[in-house]
Write a protein that binds this ligand. Structure first.
Ligand SMILES: Cc1cc2nc3c(=O)[nH]c(=O)nc-3n(C[C@H](O)[C@H](O)[C@H](O)COP(=O)(O)O)c2cc1C
Length: 478
């Protein structure tokens, strides 16, 4: 197969001649029957045919070792549909490619990964303006490489060569790059400016409006929206490993409480849906008398219970009363029970398939302090009967949805919050959502790392007290 010769363009262009366009590491390109090619990333496959001519040469090089950027100077017709520049730009914009600076020893020194057209300029642009590190940039270690990115672009520069890295920080410190090959210097500076890690020195012009956001919120938002995300967007299945087991819970159960299943939904026939919507409100006080187990069981039954399981394409899916992104139902339900007639005080896990509450820790001071801080979060009067804690196996969502996993989990939490509000209101219970909670509150009892099962939601529910402080009678059902 034809391999492409790197042209030498003289001293200043030395580095530029070593820039190659390569496939991103997770992308595979294969040639099949005559003229047919397949590009694959995770579960996404792009099939196309390549007519004889320079495009075959280009795709062959791309598959083997990458296409030197100087090769495109031989094929300048950028506007024609079948011109190499047009075709390579389509792949670049779709996020399959990266530009790589290759050292004399053939090793990668740095790479630009960006979902944008390639700059085919015959020389690295001369960067003579004063620049500085952006306030919106960050660096992180990713698979043995330092990755620099910013909130101004979806792109990233990967630095494999520590000497180059050092130069970047010298530059940010206002020092010169005179020691470095000028062409490499210009190229790197252009890359870093393109992705917003370096920016032209600007006068103090006050805070830009988006800087009023918390930095981490901006990162989550930017990286979970189409066009500004990193890597694959949506159901890519790129992290799918068929051998990967779901997170194992190794929780010893003290006791199981199989809850009564309401024989009918007749409790709901005494109240219209419109009344439930009208009645719903946040209530930050519970009755002096305990919530009966029957009422708590009914709340769980109409909120969290599994409706059915279905096997679809060899995979088992749980269907619940509320929707969930991808039907993954990554959220688990724990309850800190403080005052329920029929249950001991302690930490329980709800099993949606069996409609069972499993006691996993008897009440102890550490649980009480989690409960107290939940009560403080909403200025609760007295002791809440039950604190619902929601945890999520975020990796389960990430395996399928890559860039948007965390944002989907938070949306799922919102769905569950509203389901709890409506069911509690229909049952005459007192609900209140909480806007935050601990990072690792449950780990000591579940034995799971907060990264395996992340706490993502908190909610209080209990028997309602009327305005005068008397307990409201829970009407009998059936
Ligand atoms: C996502 C979310 C987070 C909330 N966080 C809290 C909270 O931390 N403390 C609190 O007292 N109420 C919290 N609430 C309840 C709101 O304050 C309440 O819904 C709002 O004041 C409107 O009152 P209403 O629910 O009675 O209509 C939260 C509600 C939602 C939906």
């Amino acid at each position: 197969m034809a391999s492409i010769e790197v042209q030498s363009l003289g001293e200043r262009n030395e580095a530029y001649a070593k820039v190659k366009i390569r496939l991103r590491p997770e992308v595979k390109l294969e040639q099949q029957a005559a003229g047919a090619w397949v590009l694959q990333r995770g579960s996404q496959k792009l099939r196309f045919t390549v007519p004889a001519g320079p495009l075959v040469e280009m795709f062959t090089s791309l598959r083997i070792d990458g296409v030197p950027i100087t090769w495109f100077q031989k094929h300048p017709n950028a506007t024609a549909t079948l011109a190499p520049k047009t075709q390579i730009n389509r792949l670049a914009k779709a996020g399959y490619l990266r530009e790589v600076l290759v050292g004399l020893d053939g090793r990668e020194r740095a790479a630009l990964q960006i979902r944008d057209v390639i700059d085919f300029a015959s020389e690295p642009p001369i960067q003579d303006h004063q620049c500085e590190l952006s306030h919106n940039c960050w660096a992180r270690w990713s698979e043995g490489t330092l990755m620099l990115e910013s909130l101004d672009s979806d792109g990233a520069v990967l630095v494999y060569d520590m000497a180059l890295l050092f130069q970047i920080f010298l530059l940010a410190d206002g020092q010169s790059w005179s020691e470095v090959d000028q062409a490499i210097h210009s190229l790197l500076q252009a890359w870093l400016m393109r992705i917003g890690v370096l920016e032209q020195k600007r006068k103090q012009d006050g805070k830009r409006s988006r800087e009023k956001w918390e930095f981490h919120d901006m990162v989550i938002h930017a990286r979970s929206r189409r066009g500004f995300h990193r890597d694959g967007y949506g159901a890519t299945f790129v992290h799918l490993n068929p051998h990967q087991q779901p997170t194992k819970r190794n929780v010893s159960k003290y006791e199981e409480f199989v809850l009564e299943r309401p024989v009918s939904a007749c409790r709901f026939t005494t109240i219209t849906f419109a009344d439930v919507l009208q009645k719903r409100k946040s209530i930050r006080r519970h009755s002096d008398s305990a919530i009966p187990l029957r009422a708590l069981g009914e709340f769980l039954f109409w909120t969290f219970r599994e409706r059915e399981r279905q096997r679809i394409n060899g995979e088992e899916f749980s269907f619940r009363l509320y929707p969930a992104a991808g039907c993954l139902h990554e959220i688990s339900v724990y309850l800190i029970v403080q005052n329920c007639s029929g249950l001991p005080r302690g930490l329980f896990r709800y099993e949606p398939a069996g409609h069972i509450l499993s006691l996993i820790a008897p009440f102890e001071p550490a649980l009480a302090s989690v409960a107290d801080s939940a009560a403080q979060t909403c200025g609760f009067e007295g002791t809440p009967h039950v604190i619902v804690l929601l945890t999520a196996q975020i990796a389960k969502v990430s395996r399928k949805y890559e860039a948007i996993a965390y944002s989907l989990v938070l949306k799922d939490v919102g769905v569950i919050y509203h389901a709890m509000y409506l069911v509690a209101s229909a049952l005459g219970l007192a609900p209140c959502a909480l806007g935050g909670g601990g990072f690792a509150d449950l780990s000591q009892w579940t034995g799971l790392s907060p990264w395996d099962e992340a706490q993502v939601g908190e909610f209080l529910v209990g028997a309602a007290a009327n305005k005068e402080g008397e307990d409201l009678e829970l009407s009998e059902h059936n």
